[in-house]
Ligand binder design. Structure first.
Ligand code: HEC
Length: 103
């Protein structure tokens, strides 16, 4: 039982941050970002749309990769859904890029 708990503890980072396991690429993520997100969230994450979060300030980033992934898949109000437009790997790539924008 105690052994199982320890195993779960080791797995927790992978459950919360699957991009660690999926070897997300921030370089590919930047390409995805520049093509699909920058028109609202701005180059380097300085938002160019009043209602869009500035990733440079860390807006909207204090979540696990899995909840960011779900949000990017389904969209939210003016943020379009990317399910069917981006593969999960591309979504994890863009998340890992987003995490480089906030100092
Ligand atoms: C047409 C403009 C537009 C585009 C394109 C866009 N977004 Fe957004 N995004 C928004 C707006 C506006 C919000 C704020 C939504 C709200 O909270 O009502 C937002 C919110 C978000 C949030 C925060 C959601 C939360 O939980 O509060 C994330 C993360 C995000 N966008 C990621 C992305 C990514 C990644 C892309 C590209 C793959 C992208 N967005 C493309 C406009 C856009």
């Amino acid at each position: 039982m105690r052994k199982n708990n320890r195993l779960l503890l080791w797995l927790l980072p992978v459950v919360l941050f699957p991009s660690l396991l999926m070897a997300a690429s921030t370089i590919d993520g930047q390409l995805v970002y520049d093509r699909n997100c920058a028109m609202c969230h701005g180059a380097q994450g300085v938002s160019v749309m009043a209602s869009a979060p500035s990733f440079k300030r860390g807006d909207g980033l204090f979540k696990s990769d899995t909840s960011l992934r779900d949000r990017i898949r389904t969209g939210k109000s003016a943020c379009p859904p990317f399910i069917g437009r981006l593969k999960d790997q591309q979504i994890y790539d863009v998340i890992s890029y987003l995490r480089t924008l906030y100092p």
